[in-house]
Design a protein around this ligand. Structure first.
Ligand code: TYD
Ligand code: MG
Length: 394
């Protein structure tokens, strides 16, 4: 949390934590409250959506005794501000901003005018009292908190709490931070005792990874400034009866379409009658173009029944002409792959000789996707030959 905040909570700052319902925002803020209370701060925890008994139950489950944490279940912001005034806490939490309302403002709680005005008043209170204030906001399907851009410019820090609902990992990203970099992410694991910091994310996300598995490729990505090895899986399956389907779990859907088109047109893979499913294990979402090559290799591996070469990681952006494009922070990615014991790194051509020590890992540079498939996969049903042709040949 401190890392994502850029060092810690700044007094007088208003921090918005956005995320889908059920993702863990309330739990996160309750745990932060407990930590601050342990540091001898008085904490005001205001909830407009949960009752005293609900929050008490959760606290007990999380092992939070609650000393110095004052709880208020109240959606009327005027009453909330009065309470904050008399309590004079060292940290305040308001969960969620959409449940708060002001009588003198029109519209339902959660409407743009209500949410905006409530945020303004809380912002003023935080600045006046020089107290950090954390608020939560539910995001809509489109990923906006109470309508696009409603709050982002009012608050000092915008964090997004993300993860797949049924996965136990959560990523906290910074979208805006007046006090620090937005390149830091926090990675947490959910447990029955609350959120735990994940110290070694690559090991966690690769824990089920097996070398040379068909359709599975390890990719060193960057989450903010942190290198993180993830496993990209793909499965292709023939479908001659309906338009082929593409399913992207954790990777960008449009990137999947682009990569599939490039594999068909530039590498000769006959994927047009194949359903293709691409997946990032562990419920992570990775949206940087550096994962393109991993997706492409995983698809080709599954389609051709060809295994990735032993100990392989791969990264690189795929261009429409089938070219492999360079990505940022090559050294960081390679270092993480070395740290986790990988032996071979397939990547785009470097402009110059690498200025870093590549240690025990073999760097293989490819200029095109076709070349990368040749270098990264072994065995299988021939190069550039589709499964049907292979059967015909047999
Ligand atoms: P909650 O914090 O209520 O999510 P939000 O405020 O974003 O809607 O968490 C949702 C549910 O998940 C809740 O039943 C508690 C459970 N949970 C855990 O059991 N362990 C955890 O570490 C977290 C974060 C949540
Ligand atoms: Mg909640």
């Amino acid at each position: 949390m401190n890392r994502v905040l850029g060092g810690g909570l700044v007094p007088g700052s208003l921090v918005l934590v956005g995320g889908e319902p059920g993702i863990g925002k309330s739990t996160l803020l309750l745990q932060i409250s407990a930590m601050m209370a342990e540091d001898d701060e008085i904490v005001a925890y205001v909830s407009g959506e949960e009752s005293v008994s609900q929050v008490k139950l959760r606290s007990e489950r999380l092992g939070i005794a609650g000393k110095r944490i004052f709880f208020l279940s109240e959606p009327d912001l005027a009453a909330v501000l009065e309470c904050l005034e008399s309590l004079a806490p060292g940290l305040a939490v308001v969960d969620s901003i959409q449940t708060m309302y002001l009588d003198d403002i029109g519209g339902m709680p959660g409407s743009v005018s209500q949410v905006r005005e409530c945020t303004w008043r809380l912002e003023r209170w935080a600045k006046q009292k020089n107290v950090p204030l954390l608020i939560t906001g539910h995001v809509t399907k489109e990923g906006a908190i109470a309508g696009p851009g409603t709050l982002e410019h009012i608050v000092d820090v915008v964090l997004y709490f993300e993860g797949e609902r049924f996965s136990s990992y959560r990523v906290l990203r910074s979208e805006k931070n007046r006090f620090g970099s937005t390149n830091e992410v926090g990675i947490f694991e959910m447990s029955d005792r609350g959120l735990l910091e994940v110290h070694n994310p690559s090991e966690v996300f690769l824990s089920a990874y097996k070398d040379q598995t068909m359709g599975s490729v390890a990719v060193p990505t960057l989450e903010g400034n942190r290198p993180l090895l993830v496993e990209i899986q793909a499965l292709t399956t023939p479908n001659s009866f309906s338009p082929p389907r593409r399913i992207a779990n954790g990777v960008d859907f449009n990137r999947l379409l682009l990569i599939t088109a490039v594999l068909i047109e530039r590498a000769g893979l006959k994927l047009f009658n194949q359903d293709i499913i691409a997946n990032v294990t562990g419920g992570l979402r990775v949206h940087e173009p550096a994962v393109d090559l991993g997706i492409a290799l995983a698809i080709a591996s599954s389609f051709r029944d060809a295994r990735p070469v032993s100990g392989l990681v791969a990264f690189g952006e795929v261009g429409l002409n089938g070219e492999l494009r360079g990505v940022s922070q090559v050294e960081r990615r390679v270092a993480e792959a070395i740290r986790l014991g990988f032996k071979s790194c397939l990547m785009p051509r470097l402009k110059a000789k690498p200025a870093f020590d590549s240690g025990d890992i073999e760097l293989t540079q490819a200029g095109s996707i076709a070349e990368a498939l040749r270098m990264g996969l072994t065995g299988g049903v021939g190069r550039g030959i589709s499964r049907d042709e292979h059967t015909e040949q047999e």
